[in-house]
Ligand binder design. Structure first.
Ligand code: SF4
Ligand code: SF4
Length: 300
């Protein structure tokens, strides 16, 4: 497939693998992590975000909508998602930019053009391109195609993945990926189902298989208070690392960036009131990995 759906291309990224990188965010994810800071990535379809603080309730969008899909609800114009055809008239005619379209179909030619614009920075910094999301392996045909084109140009490639994809998809792309940024979120399967919406057995099997293939892996662990900052999870992860090889572990403390997006997409945020883990707890967790001889970094 030579076209895919993305929602952002971020230039000069420094937290998505080595060096200066371009990060391409794919739309669509099979998981629903409670702390997801890119909720606009979850839906495979395009969406419209609403910034109520910019809306003056002028009513233009209501008049312009050809589907009659917008009605005032709780003092603001609300879109009925079942009627909306994503024609974007309400985006275009809003005088205050209160609506933004999320999602873009892009061809591999267009994407490669964007990626190669910064080739000089990749060369100077040891960087490259990172495919993130969402879950990029949900669009494996497009991902595979674009990875091949990057490799043909000698661009370093990283794939940021939840690990929740069929093994045959990983097997297909593995030889074109220089680095996997691989999430391990919760080792306990019941908690995994509750907070992430799926079992973790596929994720654990896939990382073992990638390790057996000799792939380079950075393991990424989001740390959320009272959800996965417990010693049991940390010790089970350290045990996992006795049978798989990873170059380093990144501990990613929970943050609230992205919380507002839930409101803008009319999605429910289940962690309001959650605080980030303390620096002391992050350091304690970090020490446990160091004692086990594992290279560890707090942050991306
Ligand atoms: S056109 Fe824009 S400012 Fe006017 S009601 Fe619609 S969203 Fe609000
Ligand atoms: S995108 Fe088009 S159909 Fe959907 S609410 Fe806006 S104007 Fe109506």
């Amino acid at each position: 497939m030579t076209s895919g759906t993305i929602f952002n291309i971020q230039k000069y990224s420094i937290h998505d693998g080595p060096g200066i990188r371009t990060t391409v965010f794919f739309k669509g994810c099979p998981l629903k992590c409670w702390w997801c800071h890119n909720p606009e990535s979850q839906n495979t379809n395009h969406e419209i975000m609403f910034f109520e603080e910019r809306c003056t309730v002028c009513g233009k969008c209501i008049k312009k909508c050809p589907q009659n899909a917008i009605k005032i609800n709780n003092n603001f114009p609300e879109i009925d998602k079942f009627k909306c055809t994503l024609c974007e008239k309400c985006v275009d005619f809003c005088p205050n930019n209160a609506r933004e379209h999320v999602g873009r179909n892009i061809t591999s030619n267009e994407l490669i053009k964007e990626i190669v614009k910064d080739e000089v920075f990749y060369e100077q910094s040891g960087g490259g391109v990172t495919f993130s999301g969402g879950e990029p392996l949900m669009q494996v045909d497009f991902l595979d195609h674009i990875l091949k084109r990057c490799k043909d140009r000698g661009i370093h490639t990283a794939v940021d993945t939840s690990g929740y994809a069929p093994w045959k998809s990983f097997e297909r792309i593995a030889s074109k990926v220089d680095l996997f940024l691989y999430d391990i979120k919760i080792m306990d399967n019941e908690k995994h189902k509750k907070y992430i919406g799926a079992e973790n057995d596929i994720i654990l099997k896939n990382i073992e298989n990638l390790s057996n293939m000799g792939c380079n892996i950075y393991l990424r662990m989001p740390i959320i208070k009272e959800i996965n900052d417990d010693n049991d999870h940390i010790e089970k992860t350290i045990k996992l690392l006795s049978i798989i090889n990873v170059e380093q572990v990144n501990l990613l403390p929970y943050h609230k960036i992205g919380m507002d997006k839930y409101r803008r997409l009319k999605m429910n945020y289940k962690l309001s009131g959650m605080e980030k883990p303390s620096d002391e707890r992050m350091e304690e967790i970090s020490q446990k990995f160091k004692k086990a001889g594992i290279k560890i970094k707090i942050g991306g």
